[in-house]
Design a protein around this ligand. Sequence first.
Ligand code: ADP
Ligand code: MG
Length: 313
Amino acid sequence: AIPLVVAINTSLAARNGMLIRDRIAMEDARNLDSIIFDKTGTLTEGEHGVVGMETVEGVDEDEALALAAAVESDSEHMIARAIREAAEERAVDVPDAEDFEAMKGRGVRAFVDGDEVYVGGPNLLNHLDSKVPSTLQSFAKEAGENAQTVVYLVRGAARSEASERASGDEGPASRKGELVAAFAMADVIREASYAVVDALHELDIEVAMLTGDSEDVANAVADELGIDTVFAEVLPEDKDVKVQELQDQGKLVGMVGDGVNDAPALTRADVGIAIGSGTDVAVQSADVILVQNNPMDVVRLVKLSKASYRKMQ
Ligand code: ADP
Ligand code: MG
């Protein structure tokens, strides 16, 4: 009887836009204790238009935006697109950049006129041991509390000792790690997320959120939605560690995500759920794929699992 029931619920699932890659996970879904959601693009829209910026004294806004757009010119990230669009809208002159490096979960780095320049979030600042100057702190705080992602422009040292020497002692080296601007990106909580969190609580499932974004943003979103557990400023390589942390508490853990960065966490989870326009890597790491980009399907999945496997007992 078991294969028949599984077949029925697999096709039922498919009709509901759920592709089941692992049937055991489908059966486990009814017993989940915790579900962890990726924040950006899953619980939030992930729109990321630039809605505000602030520079330190002596740095022109257009100049900072142009420099940020130059560094972001090679990146596919939503944040990069938003910064390039903002630069276009303001018709600033974007300088050439070279030697791009994507720093996963942190930001990007490139060289502009021989200067190392970075754009990125809190994980980048930790990495560079760079601090938000006091003049930008209230801007960043306020943006964060409005669930806006903030990224920073950091002008680093010169590329090599030779160019450092060439430009004199007061040259680029003295600008090492200078954080000169902050950009706030719009993001809004998805309407469906409220109902998802409530419905999961009704099913006695703990709701957690995992993000590489700042504590401020994460807490703002979590407070608004009534999320129980928050993991913020998490590097991509550490996302699965957070899944493990909950599993070590004896919990059966589901993970919902869409990005390449989420793949190890999806693999680690007892039920890995790729959602919507998930990247190929996410899809290949997941047990269940939710075809429509609707987080409410996570609730439907749990309910379908409960309904299907109850019949078998
Ligand atoms: P999430 O963990 O929310 O899915 P990512 O892992 O893609 O997001 O990025 C985490 C954080 O890394 C972002 O919130 C941002 O601070 C920083 N970041 C990543 N890529 C970029 C980029 N191209 N430009 C600036 N910041 C970036
Ligand atoms: Mg993501």
